[in-house]
Design a protein around this ligand. Structure first.
Ligand SMILES: [Zn+2]
Length: 329
């Protein structure tokens, strides 16, 4: 059973109209916020166009016709999805795809070539793709997906019809979480997830994942313990729970201290609504300068980790916490 894609009503309407009027673009660029469903929507669009019983009003393929059936098994040669292989999309991935025979539809419908994270196309793959896009074929559609359109060459962008995707509203994030069976029973944690995800369904799903909630639990145990400063053993135990500092840990820490900053300056909506009490305690304890120093220390750690460097977690956490410690004079 194919899923119904939630949200993005305007984009769906534009795409549906292009199908009904038989005016599909040769190439589309789906850009905008990360994790809002651009890839899912591109795939559903390809299914819909090739479906024998399409439901344009609900933007949904039938899931039972030959094309849908093949697609659900990943066997529809008319819908090709290219994903980065490691950190880039390699020339060979594009060469295979653009071979003369594979460029047109096998079922005499539309051939879709969907390239996810198109900004990762390797330097030698770009000219090949460009050349193909420059020679439009009947019934062949490219969909390039890239949150950061600035990573693509203007010569490519100018040949695409661009559809921008904004953040999803909270109600839709909620619907998506519920539809994925995410068990968030605590209303305040739910509210935290809605705020922290900033309109990205992928982020919301990540935040409600078991591992993420667990790490968050450890971090708050550590922060509570550090605040009272009596439970040194507890800090050590909590810190041991995450052996390596990951981007997730730095994100959670910066989310918390940014809340402390917001409380201190009286600006902005709190993100960790379920931890308001602790936010207020830290905000009362720490001078503004210390909070800002901690935030910039967290940022530094994050950028080092993002470059795939492994950091000693004790050292990192100590560095961060020491920046905020008023007891060090
Ligand atoms: Zn169908």
């Amino acid at each position: 059973m194919l899923e119904k894609i939630l949200g993005h009503v305007k984009q769906k309407r534009i795409l549906s109209a292009s199908v009904k009027n038989d005016r599909l673009a040769h190439a589309y660029l789906f850009t905008g916020k990360d994790g809002v469903g651009k890839r899912s929507l591109a795939l559903e669009f390809a299914r819909l166009v090739n479906c024998e019983n399409p439901d344009h009003i609900n933007f949904k393929a039938c899931s039972v016709c030959l094309s849908c059936e093949k697609q659900s098994k990943g066997l529809n040669p008319d819908i090709e999805l290219v994903e980065p292989d490691g950190n880039s999309i390699k020339k060979e991935q594009i060469t295979g795809l653009l071979g003369a025979q594979s460029l047109s539809s096998l079922f005499n419908r539309y051939k879709f070539i969907i390239i996810n994270e198109a900004g990762k196309l390797s330097r030698d793959a770009v000219p090949m793709l460009l050349k193909t896009i420059e020679e439009p074929l009947q019934k062949r559609v490219f969909i390039l997906i890239e949150s950061r359109a600035d990573l693509l060459l203007d010569t490519i962008k100018s040949r695409c019809q661009t559809l921008k995707f904004g953040p999803l509203p909270p109600e839709q994030i909620k619907d998506i979480l519920v539809s994925k069976g995410t068990p968030v029973s605590d209303e305040r944690i739910f509210e935290y997830v809605i705020r922290a995800s900033e309109g990205s369904a992928a982020k919301a799903l990540e935040l409600t994942g078991e591992k993420c909630l667990e790490v968050r639990g450890y971090i708050f145990t550590m922060l509570e313990a550090y605040y009272t400063s009596r439970q040194l053993l507890e800090i050590k135990t909590a810190k041991k729970k995450f052996e390596n500092i990951t981007v997730l840990v730095t994100d959670l820490l910066s989310g918390f201290f940014y809340d402390v900053f917001k409380d201190k300056t009286g600006q902005g909506l709190l993100c960790n609504v379920d931890k308001e009490e602790l936010v207020k305690k830290y905000s009362k304890l720490l001078p503004l300068d210390n909070i800002m120093n901690m935030l910039s220390e967290i940022d530094i750690s994050k950028s080092v980790i993002s470059r795939n460097r492994i950091l000693n977690q004790d050292l990192v956490l100590n560095n961060i916490l020491v920046k905020g410690d008023t007891r060090n004079g």
